[in-house]
Design a protein around this ligand. Structure first.
Ligand code: ADE
Length: 245
């Protein structure tokens, strides 16, 4: 049984979208993973086919109804193996490579895409939905966030990426951002490729790459750097500014 993604959305026509192209698209056609996009509106019960209502307590926007969302989740669960059920929301736990790896190792995922102001809290609790955010910014809906999560999982499925080693070395796998890459021409617009990369000395190249990965991580992501060097946290790495080189 391949990795199964079920999307619950008011815009099923958005899928597979970008996931139908490149590596994910080929893997989809090859049956490495499967995708079903279910229209939440199909579970509305009134003659207006309404899926949302005004927020209790007042305020702007609309809230997805618990009964409609619950019926959609029930259908998703019935359609495939037992899988983690996630809801994409900016108030969720930040998505991490660790969570992506765990999801990719499982049977798949059910992803609920929010719209409007939110989703009735009772169905989130009743179904034990895991709330996931892809970053500290607000999208107009959860669909692009679901695509991001799926893309991150799919590339880790066996047979999707050509060279497994490139996945291993990439950003985050060792808690560091990636070192810079270069190719030919060795001189371009007056800019030379760092000579060590042309030296043929594998140990020196590895050392240079490690040092560059550390420098870039320190400068751009003091939060990641502090995780690797908790003892240095008090020495400036946690204050949001790059540590001294
Ligand atoms: N829906 C809207 N914004 C989102 C975000 N940042 N992450 C996940 N889902 C979202």
């Amino acid at each position: 049984m391949s990795w199964q993604a079920t999307i619950l959305t008011l815009f099923p026509e958005m899928f597979p979208g970008p996931l139908g192209h490149s590596l994910a698209g080929r893997a989809l056609r090859d049956g490495v993973w499967g995708l079903e996009a279910i229209d939440i509106r199909g579970f509305a019960t009134d003659r207006h086919r309404s899926v949302d209502d005004t927020p209790c307590g007042g305020g702007a926007g609309m809230v997805l109804r618990p009964d409609v969302v619950d019926a959609a989740i029930g259908a998703a669960l019935a359609a495939g193996p037992a899988r983690p059920a996630l809801v994409m929301t900016p108030r969720g736990v930040p998505l991490s490579q660790t969570r992506v790896r765990a999801l990719a190792e499982g049977p798949g995922a059910i992803l609920l895409c929010g719209r409007f102001e939110g989703i009735d809290q009772r169905v989130i609790e009743a179904r034990g939905l895991e709330e996931i955010s892809i970053g500290d910014y607000v999208l107009s809906g959860g669909e692009p966030a679901a695509m991001v999560l799926l893309d991150a999982c799919i590339r880790l499925l066996p047979g999707v990426m050509g060279a497994a080693a490139s996945a291993e070395e990439e950003s985050f796998s060792q808690g560091l951002l990636e070192y810079p890459h270069y190719t030919r021409p060795t001189e371009w617009q007056g800019r030379a490729v760092p000579p060590v990369l042309l030296s043929g000395h594998h140990a020196e190249i590895a050392r240079w790459r490690r040092a560059e990965a550390e420098r870039i991580t320190r400068e751009r992501r003091p939060d990641l750097w502090a995780k690797l060097h908790p003892d240095a946290a008090g020495a400036g790495a946690m204050d949001g500014r790059p540590a001294a080189a």
